[in-house]
Design a protein around this ligand. Structure first.
Ligand code: AMP
Ligand code: ZN
Length: 114
């Protein structure tokens, strides 16, 4: 999608600190990190929000979640713990409408979230 920030990062048109990429996914550091590790995992294909996922996307979402666990492990956070978050639409504070899985770790993360 031409006016989508994360499509532009996927395409390499906007720089980002890429931590992982493969055929389906790109992961990069959040520009406004909320924890020592704050990575965003996005599909290369544009999907605006969780509400737009189809059954045919199940494998893609599975890859995103398993990649989150792998990235947390690489950062040394598997044992102490980490958090994964998909924000969806206004009340959850979604600001970029290309789905992304936040992966946060390296500090105590309070619950419930704000
Ligand atoms: P959300 O509020 O769930 O839509 O999350 C969007 C996230 O994208 C926020 O945590 C932002 O800090 C992050 N973000 C916005 N612009 C960029 C960028 N150019 N590079 C990396 N992360 C970004
Ligand atoms: Zn996009």
């Amino acid at each position: 999608m031409s006016d989508c920030l994360f499509c532009k990062i996927v395409a390499g048109d906007i720089p980002a600190k890429i931590v992982y990429k493969d055929e389906h996914l790109v992961a990069f550091q959040d520009i406004n990190a909320q924890a020592p590790m704050h990575v965003l995992i996005v599909p290369r294909r544009h999907v605006a929000s969780l509400n737009d996922l189809a059954e045919s996307d199940d494998a893609l979402v599975g890859e995103m979640v398993r990649r989150a666990a792998a990235i947390a492990k690489e950062h040394g956070h598997s044992e102490r713990g980490y958090r994964t978050v998909f924000n969806c639409n206004a009340d959850a504070g979604q600001s970029v409408f290309h789905i992304h899985l936040h992966v946060l770790g390296g500090r105590l993360l309070a619950w419930p979230p704000g």
